[in-house]
Design a protein around this ligand. Structure first.
Ligand code: SF4
Ligand code: SF4
Length: 483
């Protein structure tokens, strides 16, 4: 049977924007042919598969819309279900069964999860499966990879079940050959070459020195890029996406350091600030990547460490430092971007002019800096971002809900790099709705990943007429030059 459908009707039915439906059609997620009167023809089984995937009850299409309908077929008798042999709690997936045993099956986690129902993903079900020892089934499923590790489920859990730890544990037990390729490749490249994208040392040095010369000859007279400066106060780590994709973005931070007269340095080796061993659940690789940062701190005799403007980088590195290198975590001051910017502002080391940004502005809370850091490290960055943004903008409006209850942009947990694009966009629909409802024309993020998802995926998919800026870009543009 073939259905004749309109894009806007399907968009309304699935709760997404028309562009998302068009993208599903163009990408083959929803096979369809153009039909008469701006309608599309879709096979009933493709429509039903899409309904299953996104947890929708199929709509009963009026008979007039079904064409080429064959004579009523008799249902094929189904084989009786094969009983599943259950074992004890999966000690491999969940080394501490007491945690999962706490689950009271209330379903709050599923209610809080923006993609519960997609391809039958349901955090409560995953916990039950782990408890019942259904290891093979759970490891074979893609659920833990479609989950963005956003932590909304944990936040709502009355029994304090460590759902994210379980998701990571499942990711970590999967055969490495079956880990989503871009994530596994990022980990192996980082181990071999010192950064996720395999940028050679000479290219990196040439790039940062060239950018530094340009800055020194224009807006920051005398500036040169410090590399391997022993005794600098602050070691600055880098998200490899910046030198690889948008190298000029690096200059925003450098302009702020210049204004604050900071003593800082980059490292010529192992400068990567993100850690995809966290995404892949591979503790051994994760530890190696964190250890390299500790080694750089020791080698360069720095006192403080700045983690990149990336919620994942902050969370993963801090998590690794506290877990495997607690002495270093105590010995060195670890700065998030919020800590450092607020320190500069409070001490008067930088001054900002809010009139530079006059558009109505809102702030997207990164799950990693906020909700997850609060739970893991006892402090979530909520008010700090708001103080900084409001020092740079004249008009600010919150999205609702925000802070600890904020919705994930949809690209966390490695989803931006993973092959599940339709799920990533579907997840982001809540964030797109929030942005639209706020009326903001400028969205500020403190995370490179969130910025990419909002600017390059959600804005075109959901027709958001917005500008998206990183916090560092916002601050650097509002800097008042020293007189
Ligand atoms: S971490 Fe986020 S995406 Fe994953 S199950 Fe929990 S609420 Fe859903
Ligand atoms: S919210 Fe917590 S207790 Fe309730 S079903 Fe989910 S994991 Fe179990």
């Amino acid at each position: 049977m073939v259905y004749e459908v309109k894009v806007n009707e399907l968009a309304e039915e699935f709760g997404v924007h028309r562009n998302t439906i068009r993208n599903w059609i163009n990408s083959g997620t929803l096979p369809a042919q153009e039909g008469p009167g701006r309608r599309y023809l879709i096979q009933a089984e493709d429509y039903h598969r899409l309904c299953d995937k996104f947890g929708r009850k199929p709509k009963a299409f009026p008979a007039a819309q079904a064409i080429n309908a064959p004579a009523q077929e008799q249902p094929t008798p189904q084989a009786p279900p094969v009983p599943i042999r259950l074992s004890l709690s999966s000690i491999h997936l969940f080394p501490d069964p007491a945690l999962a045993d706490c689950c009271v099956t209330c379903g709050s986690c599923a209610g809080a999860c923006p993609i519960a129902g997609v391809d039958d993903l349901d955090p409560r079900k995953i916990i039950r499966m782990a408890l019942l020892g259904l290891e093979e089934e759970i490891l074979a499923s893609d659920w833990p990879w479609k989950c963005t590790l956003c932590g909304r489920c944990e936040e709502s859990c009355p029994a304090n079940v460590k759902i994210l730890e379980l998701m990571r544990s499942i990711r970590g037990q999967r055969d490495r050959a079956k880990v989503p390729h871009p994530i596994q490749k990022g980990v192996t490249t980082c181990l071999e070459k010192g950064n996720n994208l395999g940028i050679p040392k000479d290219d990196f040095l040439q790039l940062v020195k060239g950018l530094g010369t340009e800055l020194g000859e224009t807006i920051c007279p005398g500036f040169t890029t410090p590399v391997d400066v022993r005794g600098a106060r602050l070691l600055v780590t880098v998200n490899s996406k910046e030198p690889f994709v948008q190298p000029r973005q690096l200059m925003w931070w450098w302009r702020i350091f210049y204004a604050a007269q900071e003593s800082w340095t980059l490292s010529s080796e192992n400068w990567e600030g993100v850690n995809w061993g966290f995404y892949s659940g591979d503790d051994s690789s994760m530890k190696t990547i964190v250890e390299r940062i500790v080694d750089n701190m020791e080698r360069l005799n720095c006192q403080a460490l700045l983690l990149p403007e990336c919620g994942h980088a902050y969370y993963a590195t801090r998590y690794g430092l506290e877990k495997w290198f607690p002495e270093s975590a105590r010995k060195f001051k670890i700065y998030s971007i919020f800590d450092l910017l607020l320190e500069y502002l409070t001490a008067g080391r930088i001054n900002l002019d809010p009139t530079i940004h006059n558009k109505l502005t809102t702030l997207h809370d990164s799950c990693n800096y906020g909700r997850k850091s609060l739970k893991a490290f006892g402090h979530g960055y909520f008010s700090e971002g708001r103080t900084i943004v409001q020092a740079c903008c004249t008009k600010f409006r919150e999205m609702i809900p925000n802070s600890g209850d904020s919705y994930c942009c949809g690209a966390g947990g490695g989803a931006w790099a993973s092959p599940y694009a339709a799920e990533r966009v579907f997840h982001g629909r809540e964030k797109a709705r929030q942005i639209k409802a706020s009326g903001a024309k400028l969205v500020v993020t403190s995370c490179h990943n969130c910025k990419d998802q909002i600017a390059h995926s959600l804005a075109p998919e959901f027709n958001l007429e917005i500008e998206v800026k990183s916090l560092w870009e916002l601050v650097a543009q509002a800097l008042v030059p020293a007189s």
